[in-house]
Design a protein around this ligand. Structure first.
Ligand SMILES: Cc1ncc(COP(=O)(O)O)c(C=O)c1O
Length: 463
């Protein structure tokens, strides 16, 4: 008997769509690197991150070994990508899921886990990890109290490495037809880099594996010296540690390169703007390290860099201009004119201007009231000139009757126009020559004015 589904292409569940993520070449951001750089883009996984892979493999393993039985409960302390992966597996397979997380976590993250039917327990952040109130302790307590509970513990679970040895590593090998020469990835638990590295080195021991580590994490220092050094805070999420996770196998990592918040996060933004690859900060960090590596290679080399997750979870962080500015992270070299306009701290009406035919008295009133140095002069929608305060004052002081003359009698050339999506650099050059200000426009419509003072403030705020 024929079945309605015969020959139909479909997946039995969303979990069957985990893995087989594409490699995408970085064309614009890697321009100038002799070796091609391919990104393994993990946001194609259904939960939006590389962690779907371990969520599935750790659960499979727990089922096989009897640690997780039908109707059981998965308990984990995570606010991040692993939580989303586990919540999805729990929803499809009918497990309960409980996530213990610190109270600093955003409400969007809590709501996303709840959307999959998970239970969320919020614990205080400001307590020591061994306090009974910490989210680690609460997770352990819940697991011990609820019969049939399973704690995957991604930091210490060897199946974390195994997941990548069995899926991510072979995918990269097959997709590159064994031509990959360098593999770059960030390290959190270390599971991704260690599993992929083990597989690739088994296939070809010459493959070089490079870890990307945020400045402030202890992992690079540990790789180089075997010592645990000082850690300090940083903004890139999901990577770097202040302890050595057991899921990291340093023996298959050839070297570790550090990346600053500023370099990693600004490249994250460029990936969206220049490649339309919308990812989180740890992807930008890994890409920055991959570019450092690829710069010194040849066209016969092939660099693969893993991009762990989607930018969707960081809309209010790395992808927010305001957040980048507040944290002094915007790089003037990659900022756009629109970023400088948005950063102006002086509260002025959108654009102060005068019209041809209006008296100088009006221009003088605006200059005095708002303490501005120049005013564009419009005829209709067109900018036809500029009134400078110095010229205006000179003219009025010489002849007070001039106040009733039309503005065009002391008008100078119009200020240069720049588009808001141009790099800031192009404006810096204009301002450094003889122009005290430029007009910012989009589609011929003037949006605002940028002065030397605005630009200096912007640069100083980024330092
Ligand atoms: C956003 C993000 N990037 C990178 C990683 C690092 O992956 P791994 O834990 O396998 O080292 C993580 C891990 O938590 C992550 O959440």
């Amino acid at each position: 008997m024929s079945n309605a589904l015969d020959g139909v292409q479909y997946f039995e569940s969303i979990l069957d769509t985990v893995g087989e993520t594409p490699l995408v070449r970085l064309t614009r951001t890697a321009r100038g690197c002799p070796a091609p750089v391919l990104a393994k883009v993990e946001f194609f996984n259904p939960g939006g991150s590389v962690k779907d892979r371990i969520a599935l493999t750790m659960t499979d393993h727990a089922e096989r070994t009897g640690q997780l039985k039908p109707g059981g409960t998965i308990v984990e302390c995570t606010s991040g990508n692993t939580g989303v992966g586990l919540a999805m597996v729990a929803a499809v397979r009918g497990y309960h899921a409980v996530f213990c997380m610190p109270d600093k976590v955003s409400s969007e993250k809590v709501d996303q886990l709840k959307a999959f039917g998970a239970e969320v327990v919020i614990c205080p952040t400001a307590v020591a990890p061994d306090s009974p109130e910490s989210y680690y302790s609460v997770a352990r307590r819940i697991a011990s109290e609820r019969p049939g509970s399973y704690l995957p513990d991604q930091y210490n679970n060897p199946v974390n490495i195994q997941a990548h040895y069995e899926s991510t590593g072979p995918e990269i090998w097959e997709q590159t037809r064994g031509k990959v020469t360098h593999y770059v990835a960030g390290m959190g638990t270390g599971g991704t880099i260690s599993g992929v590295a083990r597989y690739l080195k088994e296939k070809n021991p010459k493959v070089q594996v490079i870890g990307a580590d945020p400045v402030g994490s202890i992992l690079r220092h540990y790789k180089e010296t075997g010592q645990i050094g000082e850690s300090h805070t940083y903004k890139i999420e999901g990577v770097g540690e202040d302890f050595i996770p057991r899921a990291t196998d340093f023996s298959v990592i050839d070297r570790v390169i550090s990346c600053s918040d500023r370099d990693g996060l600004n490249l994250t933004r460029r990936l969206a703007r220049e490649e339309a690859i919308f990812v989180g900060g740890s992807s930008g960090m890994a890409a920055w390290v991959a570019l450092q590596v690829a710069k010194d290679l040849t066209p016969d080399d092939l660099v693969v860099v893993l991009m762990p997750d989607t930018g969707q979870r960081y809309l209010t962080k790395v992808h927010s201009d305001a957040w980048m500015r507040d944290n002094h992270l915007l790089d003037p070299a990659v900022a756009r004119v629109a970023d400088v306009v948005g950063a102006k701290t002086r509260q002025l009406p959108a654009l102060l201007s005068v019209r041809v035919g209006e008296p100088l008295r009006r221009a003088l009133a605006l200059v005095e009231q708002h303490d501005v140095t120049q005013l564009p002069v419009f005829r209709g929608d067109e900018v036809v000139g500029t009134i400078y305060d110095s010229e205006l004052l000179k003219c009025v002081l010489q002849d007070s009757a001039a106040l009733d003359r039309p503005v065009e009698t002391v008008m100078s050339e119009p200020l240069p126009m720049v588009r808001s999506d141009l790099p800031v650099e192009s404006v810096t050059r204009l301002l450094a020559s003889r122009n005290p200000a430029v007009l910012v426009c989009d589609d011929g419509r003037v949006l605002g004015i940028l002065t030397r003072f605005d630009m200096l403030q912007f640069i100083a705020a980024g330092e």
